[in-house]
Design a protein around this ligand. Structure first.
Ligand code: SAM
Length: 260
């Protein structure tokens, strides 16, 4: 196990306590509708890549004929197995998204919810190319990416709130940085480090750029409006639109041969 597998495995025990959750009832997300549309168009085999503790598995198992739940972290897979113990059409695979040889050419749909977070951009592209190879030629990949611009948005709101309460600019900045956990971010390179995990948070321009380099054409990119309740200071900020992550829907670009 490399350290990131290990850290993700350990995170399975406290996952719900610390992670921003795009599956909460208050979240406004295009994901469910997009998945149902693909199932309705005849997609049968879906891969939940980086399935984590398995929040999406019940829906996928209901709407698709076969589900392959993939994660490289054993702790996550153990919890996902419990979550889907009554679903006969879910198969579990312990593998890295950077090496999905076992699934080559098998998936109609690949879903990645906050799992394309590899800190090294070369690993992100390796994972995207390996997803491309796991898809059937007319397959789709969709999912959610953690948004770095969403983090900056919350900082702006917190800064204005502190200024409006009469704090001088240096104290207002300190207050916003503290409440929004700036010590855990490397904003220049889009990294977030927490409890031994290092994750990449995406800027909106990066999505088309990185997917294109890896042989995909992005057909939709939309905001997922998260639940304010998961953010520090939310009671005073909830009059503003909620922070977001990025939803994407992409297809293999057949005009481009992705280098493997
Ligand atoms: C933030 S969690 C999201 C889990 C789940 N998709 C959800 O929506 O709750 C990220 C998941 O991706 C997995 N992951 C991260 N990098 C991975 C990789 N290279 N290969 C396989 N799984 C990976 C982690 O183990 C973790 O379970």
């Amino acid at each position: 196990m490399n350290p990131q597998d290990q850290s993700w495995s350990e995170a399975a025990a406290w996952y719900e306590r610390e992670f921003i959750d795009p599956h909460l009832p208050g979240v406004r997300s295009p994901l469910r509708r997009a998945l149902l549309a693909l199932a309705k168009r005849g997609a049968k085999v879906v891969g939940d890549l980086g399935c984590g503790i398995g929040p999406l598995l019940p829906l996928l198992a209901k709407k698709f004929e076969q589900v392959v739940a993939v994660d490289f972290a054993e702790g996550m897979l153990n919890r996902a197995r419990e979550k889907a113990s009554d679903r006969r059409n879910v198969r579990f695979v312990q593998a890295s998204m950077t090496d999905l040889k076992e699934l080559e050419g098998q998936l109609d749909v690949a879903v990645s919810i906050n799992s394309l977070v590899m800190p090294d951009v070369r690993e992100q592209e390796k994972a995207l190319r390996s997803i491309r190879a796991a898809l059937k030629p007319d397959g789709w990949v969709l999912g959610i990416l953690p948004a770095m611009d969403g983090v900056h948005y919350v900082t702006s709101l917190l800064l204005d709130r502190a200024l409006e309460s009469g704090k001088p600019i240096d104290l207002a900045r300190k207050n916003a940085a503290h409440l929004n956990d700036h010590a855990d971010y490397d904003f220049a390179f889009g990294q977030f480090r927490f409890q031994g995990l290092e994750q990449h948070f995406w800027q909106p321009y990066e999505i088309r750029y990185r997917f294109r380099r890896s042989g995909f054409r992005v057909v939709q990119q939309k905001k997922v409006r998260l639940s304010w309740k998961q953010f520090a200071g939310w009671r005073e900020l909830k009059k503003y639109p909620a922070p977001w992550d990025w939803f994407f829907l992409a297809r293999p670009d057949v005009t481009m041969e992705a280098s493997q």
